[in-house]
Structure formats: structure tokens, C-alpha cells
Design a protein around this ligand. Structure first.
Ligand code: PMP
Length: 423
């Protein structure tokens, strides 16, 4: 894996006992720590950053070159095509990317989306600024095959005109991998397009527009081992080119007169305002580090860690994993679970304070899916998610801690931010 390592804090994290331990970060699906080459690329760009596409000064030219080089790296990472022409638009993240696309679809477009989606994929189509003519929400499919059949039927039943299927490549709740290629084939057979939310997939496995045939892809840098505030929407240029600029302002314009505006072509058309050049540089460094070969090796390692985690949790009485499909269905390194008798927020607080383990608790911005999967009597779940820096010790510590908490309960009491005791 060479230089594919993460930046960590050497001093570890404090426990309530006063001890310090190495942090077992099992919250990669929320935001992944920074890769070492990303930190280096940022440090190298820092002395030079300036507004891009704005000036003839040396630093502005260096920054512009770095920004456009970053676009080429991201394009390579995502298998961007020249025929039909794809665009690579830098945005703030997946949410931003999908909101941009919702404003760029043709006026009478029907958008089809599964209810299992993350809110970033589920909701932008219904925003008042969305140009979608109608939105069809599909129920949670019982199997990957049912997902393909239901999507095909919904697209066939929609009015002829432009249609778009929005699908997440890997669930942020269960880690389950969706049958993207089959969905693309089904959608294309019906004359529809597909946008793939690769926020959780791309950090774990190579995603390519040209290999999958998908029309658009969205992702976030902060889940791909680079800091916040940057992401990408890549895909077919035509709708994006014809749409009004996502934001109005400098950079998106070619000429402004007293009574007229000539907007820029892609990608500047949708990148109004001073672009986040450091964000783009960081994202590109992550893309350059996570080559398909590196991702393949990471996935092999991660799969064995996930299986170890799932087997460990399955061996503890009262622990239930959340899965939509068959337990053997392929997944990325994400495992959500509940523990009978210990509410998820209390469990997450105790794992952090007593064992130095970072997990997420809640409904994971995918309320319909998570609520559907929760066993009776549970209002929220805990999610452990793995990545480049995850070790066997982290996984074993989590399994051991959950077993401990099931047996003895938390040793401390915990209050939420408002000072209320967590039950
Ligand atoms: N889609 C999925 C599957 C996600 O997991 C997330 C982040 N939780 C998003 C979209 C939204 O990403 P961001 O918050 O970076 O816009």
C-alpha cells in the first residue's frame, strides 16, 4: 500500500479513567482522516494559493494550473469520458453535487429514487429550486434483483421525456453494494439516465463512469481522505451546459453589460465565486493515491476486517446488525447495529469515553431506511465504519467493548449537550 497511510494524532485520546489510548477511529463513513500524501500536497500548495482564473500574477497562475491539474486527476479517478463529453464540476460535496444536478435536469424530467437513499440523494429533486417535473419514490427493494426490476418498471411507466434514476452505489447505513451496472443497463434500455451517489463507494472501491456506463457521479472529498468543503459532480455535459448557472456571480460569467449577461461554458458555468483551490488539490491528491490497484488491496484487507467485526458482533447476545439484503451480500466497510437494553447514544458515548472508540449513532441521514431496519424497541443505531487506518486491534477492541457493555453496562453516566442524562 506504499504511501497510502493516514495522518494521526500521536498523543492518542483521553478516557474517563484518565488513561490515554490510541484512538480507534471507526467513523470513516462520516468523514475519513486525511491521507499522508493529501497532507503533503496541501502543505506544498499552501504557500502559493491565490484566486484561480483571475489574474496574471505568479501565484494565481500556479494556483490555476494546480486547480486544472486537480480536475484532470479527478477525471481520471472517475473514468470520465470524452465521448459523450463529460464535465467535471468542483462543488462542496455530494449534497451540493446532487442539488446542482437537480437544478440542471430538463424542466419536465421525471426523477426516480429509492426511499432507502441518503437524504442528499432523496431530497434535492423535491427542493423548490429543482427543475424535476415529478419525483417517483420507490419502496425499499427486497433484493438487488427487485431493485433492478422496480426501477425498470418505474422508468417504463413514467412519461416518455427525460428520466433520471438516482442510486447510491454503497449504502451509508448497511454498507451494502447496490447493483449499479444492472441498474444502468435497465435505465438505459428505457432511455433514462442514471446518477450515482458514490460518496460511500468511491473511498473503498474504484468507481468509473466509463466502466459502469453511469451518466453522472457525485462524491465528497471528506469521505475520500481529504478535508471538508470539496467534492465533484462529473458526467454528461449536455444537461449541465444547457442549465442556468448553479450560482450567479463572478467566474460563471463571460461578459456582463448594463442589461445582459453572457454565461460561461462548463465547468466555470457552475463554479461561480472564488473556487476552493486547496480543496480541489487535496481531493486530487487522494484520487492520485487511491489507484485501482491500491483500492483493490485495501478492499481485500478491509473485507477481512469487516467479516471479523460482523462475526464478533454476531457472537454477542442481544446484538443485531442492520441489513436490507442477504447477510452474504457484498458490502463496503460499514456495519450498523443495535444492542438490546443499551440505547445507541449511550452505547456510542460509552464506547468513546471508556474505550477510546469513535463510532456514529443516530439514523444516519437515511431516516426511511434506518427506521425500516431497526428492530422493534430501538429508536436509533450505532454505525462502525472502517478505512485505511483501521487495524485488527480496533475491530477487536470494539467487539470486546460491546461484549463488556452487554455484560456489565456502562461504568459511567453520560449527559447530552443540554446536560440531560442519556438514559
Ligand atoms: N450520500 C451518502 C451515501 C452519504 O453517506 C453522504 C454523507 N453522509 C452524503 C451523500 C452527503 O455527503 P456530504 O455531507 O459530504 O454532502
Amino acid at each position: 500500500l506504499g504511501r497510502c497511510t493516514i495522518v494521526t494524532a500521536d498523543e492518542g485520546v483521553p478516557l474517563v479513567s484518565g488513561e490515554r489510548v490510541e484512538y480507534a477511529n471507526l467513523d470513516y463513513a462520516a468523514s475519513a482522516p486525511c491521507l499522508t500524501p493529501v497532507a503533503e500536497a496541501l502543505a506544498a500548495a499552501l504557500p502559493y494559493y491565490a484566486s484561480v482564473h483571475r489574474g496574471a500574477g505568479h501565484h494565481s497562475r500556479v494556483s490555476t494550473e494546480a486547480y486544472e491539474r486537480a480536475r484532470r486527476s479527478v477525471a481520471r479517478f472517475l473514468g470520465v469520458r470524452s465521448e459523450p463529453a463529460d464535465a467535471v464540476v468542483f462543488v462542496r460535496g455530494t449534497t451540493d453535487a446532487l442539488n446542482l444536478l437537480a437544478r440542471a435536469v430538463p424542466q419536465d424530467c421525471t426523477v426516480v429514487v429509492f426511499e432507502s437513499e441518503h437524504h442528499a440523494s432523496l431530497l434535492p429533486w423535491e427542493h423548490p429550486a429543482s427543475r424535476a417535473g415529478s419525483v417517483v419514490r420507490l419502496p425499499l427493494p427486497e433484493s438487488p434483483g427487485a431493485a433492478v426490476d422496480t426501477a425498470r418498471a418505474a422508468l417504463a411507466a413514467a412519461p416518455r421525456g427525460p428520466r433520471l434514476l438516482c442510486v447510491t452505489a454503497a449504502s451509508n447505513v448497511t454498507g451494502e453494494i447496490w447493483p449499479v451496472e444492472e441498474l444502468v443497463a435497465a435505465a438505459h434500455a428505457e432511455g433514462a439516465r442514471v446518477v450515482v451517489d458514490a460518496a460511500q463507494y468511491a473511498p473503498h472501491l474504484p468507481f468509473s463512469l466509463s466502466a459502469t456506463g453511469a451518466d453522472y457521479v457525485a462524491l465528497s472529498a471528506h469521505k475520500l481522505y481529504a478535508p471538508f468543503g470539496s467534492g465533484v459532480l462529473a458526467g454528461r455535459a449536455d444537461w449541465l451546459r444547457e442549465a442556468a448557472p448553479y450560482l450567479s456571480g463572478g467566474g460563471a460569467t463571460r461578459l456582463v453589460t448594463e442589461d445582459d449577461v453572457v454565461w460561461n461554458d462548463l465547468p466555470a458555468r457552475h463554479e461561480a465565486g472564488s473556487p476552493n483551490v486547496l480543496g480541489a488539490v487535496a481531493l486530487a491528491a487522494a484520487c492520485d493515491t487511491l489507484t485501482p490497484r491500491v483500492q483493490e488491496l485495501l478492499h481485500i484487507r478491509e473485507t477481512s476486517l469487516v467479516e471479523r467485526l460482523r462475526a464478533g458482533l454476531a457472537g454477542i447476545g442481544g446484538v443485531h446488525e442492520l441489513s436490507l439484503w442477504d447477510e452474504d451480500h457484498p458490502r463496503v466497510g460499514i456495519v450498523s447495529f443495535v444492542v438490546d437494553g443499551i440505547p445507541a447514544d449511550l452505547l456510542a458515548a460509552a464506547l468513546s469515553a471508556e474505550y477510546g472508540i469513535g463510532v456514529r449513532d443516530g439514523l444516519f441521514c437515511a431516516h426511511p431506511l434506518t427506521r425500516h431496519l431497526l428492530p422493534a424497541g430501538h429508536g436509533q443505531a450505532v454505525r462502525a465504519s472502517l478505512g485505511v487506518g483501521t487495524t485488527r486491534e480496533h475491530v477487536d477492541r470494539l467487539v470486546g467493548a460491546v461484549a463488556d457493555l452487554v455484560e456489565h453496562g456502562p461504568r459511567w453516566e453520560y449527559a447530552d449537550a443540554d446536560g440531560r442524562l442519556v438514559p
